[in-house]
Design a protein around this ligand. Structure first.
Ligand SMILES: [Zn+2]
Length: 101
């Protein structure tokens, strides 16, 4: 239980490879991610994700994810910001009387 949490980033327990396999088996190698409409992704999973990021490596905080969902989860904040920027920069160019001959 007392896993030293002095470094916050990616400190995996010594038995991580075994634990990883166990989680994938528990979740039947099926992606546990849910879409906003509540549908389970269910794609073949080969990744193990921390539901709450941090140092909790207990089984209840781990889930199997497919690569796509894992990437999407890891970069969801950045992705949303980029999408907003893209929309905002797509304005029609304003015409100005001074620019006309
Ligand atoms: Zn998925």
């Amino acid at each position: 239980m007392a896993w030293h949490s002095s470094t916050r980033r990616a400190r995996l327990p010594a038995d991580w490879p075994r634990r990883r396999r166990r989680i994938l088996r528990r979740d039947a190698h099926s992606c546990q991610s849910r879409f906003t409409d509540g549908r389970l992704c269910g794609a073949p999973a080969n990744q193990v994700d921390h539901i709450e990021p941090g140092d909790d490596h207990s089984d209840s905080n781990l889930q199997a994810l497919c690569e796509w969902c894992h990437t999407r989860k890891s970069s969801s904040e950045g992705g949303r910001a980029a999408a907003l920027t893209r929309v905002r920069t797509h304005r029609p160019k304003p015409t100005h009387p001074a620019l006309e001959d």
